[in-house]
Design a protein around this ligand. Sequence first.
Ligand code: AMP
Ligand code: ZN
Length: 113
Amino acid sequence: MSDCLFCKIVAGDIPSAKVYEDELCYAFRDINPQAPTHVLVVPREHIASCADVTGDNAALVAHIFTVIPKIAAQEGLTGGWRVVSNVGADAGQTVPHLHFHILGGERLSDRMS
Ligand code: AMP
Ligand code: ZN
């Protein structure tokens, strides 16, 4: 999608602080971190949100979930971490390209909302 911020980041048209990449996904540091470690993992392919995960792209999402623990280990999150994916307005999704937040590096809030 030509007007999608994260598609532009994946394409390298907008700079980002790369954490990990492979042929299917790209991970970079959130520009406005909510924890000492705050990484976003996105599929290279444009998928709008978790609401658009189907049987056709579920393998890609499963792949991302094998990458997430590798990134957590790479970031030294030995005490634990949180994975979040916001969907739609009520969840405050601001970028309509599927992304998983990895948060850690401190004791996270007991509340998730
Ligand atoms: P969400 O609100 O779940 O859609 O998450 C979008 C995230 O993208 C927010 O945490 C933003 O801080 C982050 N973000 C927005 N623009 C950039 C950017 N250019 N580079 C890195 N992260 C960004
Ligand atoms: Zn996109």
